[in-house]
Design a binder for this molecule. Structure first.
Ligand code: FES
Length: 94
C-alpha cells in the first residue's frame, strides 16, 4: 500500500481472504515467517506456488532489504473490483 501497488485486500489485512496473494521473487529472507493461519488461508487461493505469500501477512523485518514481489492475477482482479474508479481509468488508457 505504501508504494501504491495494485494489490487486493478484501478483508482489510486480517488474514480472512486470499485477495492479497502474491509471489515473492526475491528477498523472502527479509520477511516474517509464514504462520499456520496464513498457510491455511493460502490453501484457498488460486495458483499457489512455493513462493506464494499473503501480502498482508508478510512483514518486512529488515527495513533496508530489497524484496521483489509479483502480485497474483487474483489479487490484481480483486484490486480493480475494490476500486472501480481505477478500473475505469485503466480501461480508458487502452
Ligand atoms: Fe485478506 Fe490479506 S487482505 S488475507
Amino acid at each position: 500500500h505504501k508504494v501504491g501497488a495494485k494489490m487486493g485486500s478484501s478483508c482489510g489485512g486480517v488474514c480472512a481472504c486470499s485477495t492479497c496473494h502474491c509471489y515473492i521473487r526475491r528477498g523472502s529472507e527479509a520477511l516474517s515467517e509464514q504462520e499456520d493461519k496464513e498457510s491455511d488461508r493460502l490453501d484457498m487461493a488460486f495458483d499457489v506456488r512455493s513462493e506464494s505469500r499473503l501480502g498482508c501477512q508478510s512483514i518486512l523485518e529488515k527495513g533496508d532489504a530489497q524484496v521483489v514481489v509479483e502480485i497474483s492475477q487474483e489479487s490484481v482482479n480483486a484490486f480493480y473490483d475494490e476500486h472501480p474508479e481505477e478500473r475505469r481509468a485503466r480501461d480508458a488508457k487502452k
